[in-house]
Every structure is written in structure tokens, then in C-alpha cells.
Design a protein around this ligand. Structure first.
Ligand code: SOE
Length: 379
């Protein structure tokens, strides 16, 4: 089958630039049925040396150092944004206005107000769009969605999620600079709320529906850090840790916790959902396993099942190895790219679209407002 090219212009060559590039490169080999094939046309970054080196390493045909020039090129179909959060809005709005498809790393932007402008831009332009909330596409998480949607859990009572890390405990870690923009409120918007809880919230809304209201606490444990821009110690304006309660529209209660101060945890994302008939839990450190408890099982053997989600009948797994052999974190991005290509083939939205991802941003904003004002906040 002759493939249709999807010419990619990537902005940003950091950690996320690598995860997305890997997705584009792996897709044709493992999803050969797709009509579209990504073509790595150009990568864009501010440092010419680093951008050129990235282009050579990952096989991009060319590079730019100004994203406006990338967007203006007529040999690019889709702009993929892997830069800090404060640039998601300007780049995606300009890309949509130029008629390009837009793929963007999470979160959608810096605030609900900005997210609304971004949704308007992609919808007015009628361009395909998606936000990379990659954990939805880990096969065990996608299987959780299938099980929940089948109604096996019955009425849902509880949803709880954690995302724990420990990489900012050292007070000498600066705010800003390569890889450290996540600590600088001007680039990141918020701390763990937009960076980590946003993942938990996206999955939660997808699995358990709308969140109505929230009650949150945040803490900034290290109050001042060297700012790489000013070269001086500056107040830290991001949340280092955040916990919140919430009510879901379906009547269940939610409990979420995120921190970068949980010594020993590098990326412990876990969630559990408890229903009337059954429960499900998942842990990123053991990402191919889905744990499932079904009260309908016969008494003597009733217990938590550990489903090894590697069978050909499990989501996405027929595209990989033989049953029993695991895949990993990077495959969630391959799956997202595959689903995006499928969506443009079929003319359907690729979830989460900018519009769906705006719902997560609204929850994040309500969480931060609740913590600041010490009150419950409607979403
Ligand atoms: C932060 O350390 C981070 O890289 C997030 O920015 C990612 O979104 C998350 O998936 C892993 O942790």
C-alpha cells in the first residue's frame, strides 16, 4: 500500500522531543496497516548546535531555530510542540492559524483562559489536534477503561491516584535552565499540579467522568532557589506538593496526591478505583499489570487477580511481541501517534483533543485556587 506522508515539524528537542520522535519512527514498523506515515521533516530549537545535533541523531531532514519559520514552511503538515508550557499557547495558535495540524505535549497551556483560546484556534481552523496525555495508552490502562465501561464495577465509590517523585528535594537544584524549567513558574505555570497531577486528572476524567468540585492543599518546601535567568536566589513560585479531595459527577469521591519530595519514588503513578462489584488498581512501576478484584468470583478463590496485559487480545498488544512479553513507557507515545494517524485517516478526533484536555486544565486551576483560598472550588 502506498503511504500518505504526514510531514512533521517538531518544536523542542528535550526529553519529550525524544519520546515523540521515537513514536513517529516506530509507528510504521509496528502499525503497518495505517495509511499515513510520519516523515521527520524538521526540528526546531533555540540552540543551533543542539538542534542540528538532534536532527542528525533522530533523522530529521532539516532544522530551524525560529518556530515562526517552521510554521511558515509549506512542506510541513503537522506541528508537534514539546517545549515548556508557556510556549504551548503561542505556538499552537500560530500553527492552527497557518492551517497546520497541532500535536502538543501536556498540559494544554498555562491556564484555563489560555486553553480556551487554544481550543478556539484549532476549532476555528478546523485542524486535527491532540494533547499527549500518554498514560491513557499504556495497554493495562486502556484495558482498565474497557472494563470500567463494560459496567463490571457497578456503582463507583472511590477513585484515588498518586504521582510521586523525589528529584527536587535538594535545595541546590536551580529553577530554570535545561530540563529545570518545570521549577520556574514563569515557564511551567505551576509545579506538581500541572506537571504530575494533570496526568492523574486526565486519566481520572477518562475513566470515571467529570470532576465537580475540589478541596486542595499545596506546599512549597524550598522557598528560594537560584534562578538560572537572573543568576540570583529568587522565591520559588511553584507548588512542590499538592493533595486534593473531590466529588465526581457520578457521586464517587476522589483523593489525589502528588509531590516531588517522596524520597525513593522516581515516577510512582498509581491509581485505584473501587466499585460496588469490583475494583481495579494500576502502578506505573509495573505498568503491564492490571490488578482486578471481582466480588462475583467464587468465595474460596476470590482475591486480587494480577492480569499480565501482554496478550494479543489486550489493547494494542497484537502489534507487538508474542503473548507474555512486555512493552514499556515509550510505547504509550507510539500508540498515541498511531491513534492520531488513524484519526486523520478516519476524520475522527484523537482524544484527548485540545477541548477534552481543557477539562483537565480547569480542574488544575480549581485545585490551585482552592489551595490558595483554602476553600472548596467548583470546577
Ligand atoms: C516530570 O519529571 C515528568 O517528566 C513529567 O513532566 C512527565 O509528564 C511525566 O510523565 C514524568 O515526569
Amino acid at each position: 500500500m502506498a503511504k500518505k506522508p504526514l510531514r512533521i515539524g517538531l518544536v523542542g528537542y528535550g526529553f519529550m522531543g525524544r519520546t515523540h520522535s521515537n513514536g513517529y519512527k516506530r509507528v510504521p514498523d509496528f502499525f503497518p496497516e495505517l495509511q499515513y506515515q510520519p516523515v521527520l521533516k524538521a526540528v526546531c530549537g533555540r540552540s543551533e548546535d543542539k538542534t542540528k545535533a538532534f536532527a542528525e541523531q533522530w533523522g530529521y531532514e532539516s532544522y530551524e531555530t525560529d518556530w515562526n519559520k517552521l510554521i511558515a514552511r509549506d512542506d510541513i503538515d503537522a506541528i508537534d510542540i514539546c517545549t515548556p508550557n508557556d510556549t504551548h499557547g503561542p505556538i499552537s495558535i500560530a500553527a492552527a492559524k497557518a492551517g497546520k495540524m497541532v500535536l502538543c505535549e501536556k498540559p494544554i497551556g498555562m491556564s484555563t483562559a489560555e486553553g480556551e483560546e487554544m481550543v478556539k484556534a484549532v476549532e476555528d481552523a478546523g485542524v486535527a489536534n491532540t494533547i499527549f496525555y500518554n498514560y491513557r495508552r499504556i495497554p493495562a490502562v486502556t484495558l482498565a477503561k474497557k472494563i470500567i465501561d463494560s459496567g463490571k464495577l457497578g456503582r463507583i465509590f472511590h477513585y484515588r491516584a498518586n504521582f510521586l517523585q523525589d528529584w527536587t528535594i535538594n535545595a541546590d537544584v536551580p529553577q530554570g535552565g535545561a530540563g529545570l524549567w518545570r521549577l520556574d513558574a514563569a515557564s511551567a505555570g505551576s509545579g506538581v499540579t500541572g506537571d504530575l497531577l494533570a496526568h492523574c486528572i486526565d486519566t481520572a476524567i477518562w475513566l470515571n467522568g467529570r470532576i465537580n468540585d475540589v478541596n486542595a492543599v499545596t506546599e512549597t518546601f524550598v522557598k528560594e532557589r537560584l534562578h538560572s535567568g537572573t543568576g540570583k536566589k529568587e522565591p520559588v513560585k511553584i507548588d512542590d506538593a499538592c493533595s486534593f479531595f473531590c466529588h465526581f459527577e457520578n457521586g464517587s469521591l476522589g483523593l489525589f496526591e502528588s509531590t516531588r519530595y517522596a524520597r525513593g519514588h522516581k515516577a510512582l503513578y498509581t491509581f485505584e478505583i473501587n466499585g460496588e462489584h469490583a475494583s481495579i488498581r494500576w502502578d506505573l512501576h509495573d505498568l503491564h499489570r492490571l490488578e482486578y478484584f471481582d466480588h462475583a468470583d467464587e468465595g474460596e478463590v476470590r482475591g486480587w487477580r494480577s492480569i499480565h496485559v501482554t496478550d494479543g487480545e489486550h489493547p494494542y498488544m497484537d502489534h507487538w511481541w508474542v503473548p507474555g512479553l512486555n512493552i514499556g513507557y515509550e510505547h504509550s507515545f507510539v500508540h498515541h501517534v498511531a491513534d492520531f494517524l488513524k484519526s486523520i485517516e478516519e476524520g475522527t478526533p484523537c482524544e484527548p483533543t485540545f477541548k477534552s484536555a481543557l477539562e483537565t486544565q480547569k480542574v488544575c486551576d480549581a485545585v490551585l485556587a482552592s489551595a490558595a483560598e483554602k476553600v472548596w472550588k467548583d470546577v
